[in-house]
Design a protein around this ligand. Structure first.
Ligand code: IPM
Ligand code: MG
Length: 370
């Protein structure tokens, strides 16, 4: 069967690293049809929609998606860059990657952070962490208010703690809801334990803050404890997110599989990425049972756009995750091996690693090793 893969390079260096991915995919000779989709800033400015309907249709017709990077800007700045005929029409910018995660129910965001030997940017050489970030709810649910409508205030006033805000005007208050569901907690924790079981990992660390955020973090921890009982061979550790940041700097080699909610996972996964060379090495798989989007976790770095200067490794590792998800295990293994070899030999390195090679030269070298 020929795979249908949606290719969404997006903005800035998303295009540069997608060129790198194509070099490697061509070498692998994967039996696939690559379908280009529009996404990102350009389409926000021109059409008032960073994720056009035609792209959603394309995604629905694809087996999975390879995503580059997108530029996102705060509300007011985004509004200013709209084409003149679209200004003041009530459009507001949203992040297409967050929208895709929610639209397709891609509840797992899996982010491997592994130190490849010989990488001069490694914090230590013995780090092998995989972050499982809940990807559709939590503080990213998008339920936010400013100004806060009267109805919302009235509803919230059933809570005694709201009395502390009684003298604050609606427009002087903003509320972002942190929404957890039992199902949401269960499925992300289960994904982490299943991964640990499959790859023989000894521990799963659940990262929350139940001592303060009692209800949402509390729900996650309780569900995690229940699920952990089904996996007697895997130890579950519980750590508060603040302490976790500290422990990850102190003893990153002690940790294996991490699982947490959306925003905490966003933050912790950047921290973990930096331990193994920064965002140039950080890939992510956004997955459900039936669809997945693979991406490097870096941004669009507009100042380097089109220069083929940035490190393609994160994108190549995202391709590896895609091959795994498609079931092309041998190609996935070979690709990771090729990336590891190129890092180790150190003959082709982009500027972030102290080298002078281009994005495409590094990708070509990885392809040569395949
Ligand atoms: C990530 C990114 C995104 C997020 C941004 C680009 C919306 O930081 O994938 O980690 O916050 O999830
Ligand atoms: Mg992030």
């Amino acid at each position: 069967m020929t795979y249908k893969i949606a290719v969404l390079p997006g903005d800035g260096i998303g295009n540069d690293v997608m060129d790198a991915a194509k070099i490697v995919l061509d070498k692998i000779n994967l039996d696939a049809e690559y379908l280009h989709g529009d996404v990102g800033w350009e389409f926000w400015c021109k059409e008032g929609n960073p994720l056009p309907e035609r792209t959603i249709t394309l995604l629905k017709e694809s087996d999975c998606c390879l995503f580059g990077a997108i530029t996102s800007k705060p509300k007011e700045e985004a509004a200013k860059e709209l084409a003149p005929h679209l200004r003041d029409t009530g459009l507001s910018y949203y992040s297409p990657i967050v929208a895709m995660r929610q639209l397709f129910g891609l509840y797992v965001n899996m982010r491997p952070c592994k130190s490849y030997q010989g990488n001069p940017l490694n914090y230590r050489d013995d780090i092998d962490i995989v972050v499982f970030r809940e990807n559709t709810e939590g503080l990213y649910a998008g339920v936010e208010f400013h100004p806060v409508p009267d109805q919302v205030r009235t509803a919230l006033s059933v809570h005694a703690k709201m009395a502390a805000f009684k003298d604050v005007a609606n427009e002087d208050m903003a509320i972002s809801c942190r929404i957890f569901t039992r199902k949401g907690c269960q499925r992300i924790v289960r994904a982490a334990f299943e991964y640990a079981k499959k790859f023989n990992r000894k521990t799963v660390t659940v990262i929350e803050k139940p001592n303060v955020i009692r209800e949402t973090s509390g729900l996650m921890i309780r569900e995690a404890r229940n699920i952990a009982r089904e996996y007697p061979d895997i130890e579950m550790w519980e750590t508060n997110v603040d302490a976790m940041a500290m422990w990850l700097i102190k003893n990153p080699q002690d940790y294996s599989v991490l699982v947490t909610s959306n925003l905490f996972g966003d933050i912790i996964s950047d921290l973990c990425a930096q331990l193994v060379g920064g965002l140039g090495f950080a890939s992510a798989a956004n997955m459900s049972e039936s669809f997945a989007v693979f991406e490097p976790t870096h941004g669009s770095a507009p100042k380097y756009a089109g220069q083929h200067k940035v490190n393609p490794t994160a994108m190549l590792l995202a391709v590896k995750l895609m091959l795994d998800w498609l079931g092309e295990k041998e190609d996935a293994r070979a690709l990771e091996q090729a990336i590891a070899t190129v890092v180790k030999e150190g003959r082709f390195r982009t500027y972030d690693m102290g080298g002078t090679s281009s994005t495409l030269e590094v990708a070509q070298e990885v392809a040569n090793k395949l």
